[in-house]
Ligand binder design. Structure first.
Ligand code: FES
Ligand code: FES
Length: 156
């Protein structure tokens, strides 16, 4: 017998009886099959698991699913619009802000939150804002360019 947990994920109401130790990232990936949210470390360092919980960027390996009870959760699968990329996703594509792509969903989710807080961020602000997201391919210069371009695109 698990703990009942209910939340809205990408606009859809969802609920399950879960082992109370279930992490939010496990709920998203293993129960809802939303595998765009990645697990790179499981120790809250890499940021690959970043999603939005009530509008804030959160590392989904760092909270229990039960802690998101009643929350509005958005994953990388939920940010596009009718098959169109979100402007931040398009900026990552256009500015080669990815190589293997493993870190990309978390980078994009954190970047969207960063731009909400800082609509015209400086390069320094972008670098500081993304310091909890690691790219093992080390393509940081293009990631920063992509976030700056995504911020500009979101203002249009
Ligand atoms: Fe969550 Fe690395 S998997 S921070
Ligand atoms: Fe490969 Fe970032 S693009 S880890």
């Amino acid at each position: 017998m698990g703990t009942p947990v209910a939340m809205t994920v990408n606009g859809k109401a969802t609920s399950a009886d879960l082992d109370p130790r279930t992490l939010l990232v496990e709920f998203l990936r293993d129960h809802l099959r939303l595998t765009g949210t990645h697990v790179g470390c499981d120790t809250s360092q890499c940021g690959a698991c970043t999603v939005h919980v009530n509008g804030r960027a959160v590392k989904a390996c760092n909270i229990l699913a039960a802690q998101a009870q009643g929350a509005e959760v958005v994953t990388i699968e939920g940010i596009g619009n009718n098959g169109e990329l979100h402007p931040m996703q398009a900026a990552f594509r256009d500015h080669h802000g990815l190589q293997c792509g493993f870190c990309t969903p978390g980078m994009v989710m954190n970047a969207i939150h960063l731009v909400k807080k800082h609509p015209s961020p400086s390069e320094e602000t972008v670098r500081a804002g993304l310091d909890g997201n690691f790219c093992r391919c080390t393509g940081y210069p293009n990631i920063v360019k992509a976030v700056l371009a995504g911020a500009a695109a979101e203002k249009r």
